[in-house]
Design a protein around this ligand. Structure first.
Ligand code: M6R
Length: 610
């Protein structure tokens, strides 16, 4: 999704802007651009279709100079990916970069055309540039012009305005799309994600919805949606500086898969004692809420939705609390009934997913007892707007395909479920101790799953020339199969579907033939015999089976069936364990197919537009 970087300094800022854009590349984009102004007011704008590297080369060649600048990576929404549609967009002396979507851009475009403005792109953003230019004509300052402009915009924006006639300031505005200000010494910065600025500062202020800020080299003045000057908290970032580097790994996704043991160690730290859950670690006031909760409504998208689907089994079977899981983009547009004492639980790696955020905002008005988020990015909109935030602490996730965010979300939810059960007396101390013991063993068990990397790599070749695959699971392993199918789809572009194995005979069995590999997630649990019958249904129809089976499950390799025998792990954490071989499989298939593993086509890391 689009990324923004801005800087105002005494030094040259082009390199800071380009480096910042590089850090945002993981979010997905199709073009990039930069505009800098020197102290004489000379504006240089450079835009390129394709990678930031091409923009960087062009900026070098053109000796782009200036101490005030804005930069952008664009993920096309209105208008094809092209140089003309890339940001910054310019209207006379005004340059604009913008994330989000302006929904009323068509009437605004018509109005501006009547006023004589000529449009050079198909974007909604160019409307903002002309509007600011128009308003500046009758305003005392750029800030006033931006404030008048945003009142006319419907939709979402995180935007920055630069006036080449006055390079001593940048004006930013936020509504529905995140922006963070980075504080330097005698210089200041801004970005859509703090990661872009970690090379230049660790001190950040997050803008709130409706904020407009004026940034000079020495000062940051923030105004709320009513135009009143307001103080926002400055926070020190604890994100590691090398979070954006691959280290010894070939891809971020690979690095993040292998980071899971350490990510889980941080996710668990301080939250479990030797044999009990530290309920207080879930947040101030959590204890009282967890004691009362009768229903949990989970809202999420993509991988986060899949983790909610898996955790639903725990909420109901361990804590005895009913749980529904819904895709945010559906939930936000339907009339829903809020049950008494319901906890709204949003799940998100980024904390900026537009649909999840919108669902949270809507639900908060509808009388949920409390809104909690399980999230990986502290300071994100979701975290700031929820009553309670339980951080997954997975560390920065760069690969578009979410991996460690999923397994740490599951660990966090297992802690939450246990805390609810403990507070409500449905989980007795012996059961709590059993769950906690299992959680303690989780990082080491994930290490064991990672040892299957080479074996799984050898299997991947069987999938690379296929066009379709099926993933099967039962119970809480059905969502694990869903997550496996999502991974295969997004990074290897192979059509993959997940089915609850018992559902096969109700339709999908018709698809099974020797060209359709069928992957089975096969733990050793109460549903094993049922699952074996489903496997036989596939085998009898000539399907090619790949069974990732618990070593005690009794599956034997035979014609048409390969077995990947995995160590037995405690059933409580087994869904988390069985996820890892699936992640490795999707990664190796994508490697063979030669796709862009970390930035798969058409996708973005944080989906900040609807
Ligand atoms: O940041 P979020 O967890 O809210 O993101 C939700 C989805 O966009 C995300 O999980 C997406 O499905 C991933 N690319 C899946 O790997």
């Amino acid at each position: 999704m689009c990324g923004i970087v801005g800087a105002i300094a005494q030094r040259e800022v082009s390199e800071i802007l380009i480096e910042g854009l590089k850090k945002l590349e993981y979010r997905g984009y199709d073009s990039a651009g930069v505009a800098v102004v020197d102290s004489e007011g000379k504006l240089t704008r450079v835009r390129r279709l394709g990678k930031v590297k091409e923009l960087a080369d062009a900026v070098d060649e053109m000796h782009t100079m200036g101490g005030t600048g804005i930069a952008h990576t664009r993920w096309a929404t209105h208008g094809e990916p092209s140089e003309a549609n890339a940001h910054p967009h310019v209207s006379a002396n005004i340059s604009i970069v913008h994330n989000g979507i302006i929904e009323n851009h068509e009437p605004l475009r018509a109005l501006l055309q009547e006023r004589g403005y000529i449009f050079n792109s198909q974007t909604d953003t160019e409307v903002i540039a002309h509007l600011v230019e128009w308003e500046l004509r009758s305003s005392a300052s750029l800030r006033e012009a931006v404030q008048k402009t945003v009142l006319q915009l419907e939709g979402a924006y995180g935007m920055v305005a630069l006036d080449s006639h006055d390079p001593s300031r940048l004006v930013v505005a936020r509504s529905g799309s995140p922006l963070v200000i980075g504080h330097g010494i005698g210089e200041n910065f801004l970005a859509s994600d703090q990661l872009a600025l970690l090379n230049v500062t660790r001190r950040f202020t997050y803008l709130e919805e409706g904020d407009v800020a004026e940034i000079t080299r020495r000062e940051v003045a923030i105004f709320d949606k009513t135009g009143n000057a307001i103080e926002r908290e400055m926070v020190e970032s604890n994100v590691e500086q090398d979070a954006g580097s691959k280290g010894k790994y070939r891809h971020f996704m690979q690095k993040e898969i292998f980071e899971q043991p350490s990510a889980l160690i941080s996710a668990l730290e301080g939250r479990i004692n030797d044999d009990s859950i530290v309920v207080e670690s879930i947040g101030n006031g959590a204890k009282e809420i967890l004691a009362k909760v009768q229903h949990v409504q989970i809202i999420a998208c993509g991988t986060s939705y899949n983790s909610g689907m898996a955790a639903r089994y725990w909420f109901e079977s361990l804590a005895g609390v009913s749980c529904d899981v819904e895709i945010a983009s559906e939930f936000r547009y339907r009339d829903f009934v809020v049950r008494p004492n319901s906890l709204l639980l949003t799940l998100s790696q980024s904390g900026e997913t537009a649909d999840t955020l919108a669902a949270l905002r809507l639900a908060k008005e509808k009388g949920y007892m409390s809104a909690m988020s399980i999230c990986n990015v502290s300071g994100s909109s979701l975290v700031r707007e929820s009553d309670l935030a339980f951080m997954t602490r997975a560390g920065t996730e760069i690969g578009v395909a979410s991996t460690k965010a999923f397994t740490t979300q599951l660990a966090a939810m297992l802690i939450l479920v246990t805390a609810i059960g403990k507070e409500q007396g449905t989980i007795k101390p012996e059961k709590e101790a059993e769950i906690v013991k299992s959680l303690h063993s989780l990082p080491a068990q994930i290490e064991k799953a990672l040892e299957f990397d080479k074996k799984i790599e050898a299997l991947a070749a069987d999938f690379a020339d296929k066009h379709h695959t099926l993933f099967l699971g039962r119970g809480e392993y059905y969502p694990i199969a869903m997550e496996a199918a999502l991974k295969v789809k997004e990074i290897s572009y192979i059509h993959a579907e997940a089915y609850a194995a018992g559902e096969l005979k109700h339709g999908p069995l018709a698809l099974v033939d020797a060209d359709m590999p069928v992957v089975v997630v096969a733990p050793n649990n109460d549903l094993l015999e049922k699952l074996k019958s489903n496997v036989e249904e596939v085998r009898a129809r000539g399907g090619l089976l790949y069974v990732f089976a618990d070593e005690n499950s009794g599956f034997e390799p035979c014609d048409g069936m390969k077995i990947i025998s995995l160590p037995h792990v405690d059933p409580i954490i087994a869904p988390i364990f069985h996820t890892v071989p699936m992640q490795l499989l999707s990664y190796h298939i994508a490697l063979i197919k030669g796709t862009d593993v970390d930035q798969p086509r058409n996708l973005a890391k944080a989906v900040t537009v609807e």
